[in-house]
Every structure is written in C-alpha cells, then in structure tokens.
Design a protein. Sequence first.
Length: 186
Amino acid sequence: MMKTRALALSALLATSAFAGAAFAQENPMVGGAPMSPEMNIVENAVNSADHTTLVAAVEAAGLVETLQGEGPFTVFAPTNDAFAALPEGTVDTLLLPENLEMLQQVLTCHVVGANVTSTDLVGMIEADGGTHTIETLGGCMLEATLDGDSVVITDENGTAATVTIADVIQSNGVIHVTDAVFTPAM
C-alpha cells in the first residue's frame, strides 16, 4: 500500500511539474508553431519564432547535420529571450568564426545523448534525493532539481534555467524549452 501511494505521488508530481508536457503523443505549440513528432529537432526548431537565435547559432556552429541525426538527443532549448539576457555582445562574439569551438561547446552543453522525458527526469531527481546530475555532450555537468512545480536546471556557473515547456517529442529525441542559456565552467 505504501509503495502504491509513493508511486501515485510520484506520478502526480511528474504531471504537475510539467504542466506543459505532452500527453498521448500530442506536442505542445512552441513559439507559435505546431511541433511534429515526425520531424527532427532542427526541422521543428526552425518553425519556432521563439528559437531563431538558437537556430542561427546551431547553423553557425555547424551542428545542423548532427542534430538532424538519428540521436536520440535531449535538447534544453533556450529561447530568444534567454539569449538576449546574456551580457551585451555575448551572442555576437560567440557567432564570430574564430569562436567556433566555444560556440559549439556552449550549444552542446544543452544536449544530452539520450531521450530524457519529463517523467524520466523527475524520477531521476527523486531517486537521487532531490538533485540529479546530467552530463551533456559538451562536457558540462548540469544539476536538475524541483522547485515547487517546476524543474530547474543549473549549470556549473550557477545559472539556473526553468523548464517552461517540457516533452516536445521529436523523431530523434525530445526538446525541453528553457528560460536561460547554459555555459561551460569558467
């Protein structure tokens, strides 16, 4: 009985923590556009009005082909507003050709080489006593926690991003929209 109640509570928490999560394979709208689970991460991202900066950065970094690949990938996708909140000039500097490696590392700090849904993530946070460490393809170590009904991902520099839209299912993984940009440890 206790185990059943714990599982029910866990399921309720996972559902409430991701109010924007997809149910029954229906994807939420992102940036005013429908997100097709039959399309890959890049194909869907280019349709989101909220992710034009991310798409431009992925193109400049030469990561389009990678993120169109088989995967699976989990992408914590910062919005245009998240990029705009960086110190003035940061995005322009990252997009310079001589900063290609730095741009690639920043972007891959948002990518996990696995399919991690909101239910998976909440389960890992709970199993790890409230904080779960996520290793990204860019070598960044992120910390995932719950803050009330929200999942918060914190990078190595202390930047905390809230998942604002979860479980945008892709043909090659899943996107979780975030409100901040992660950077590698300095």
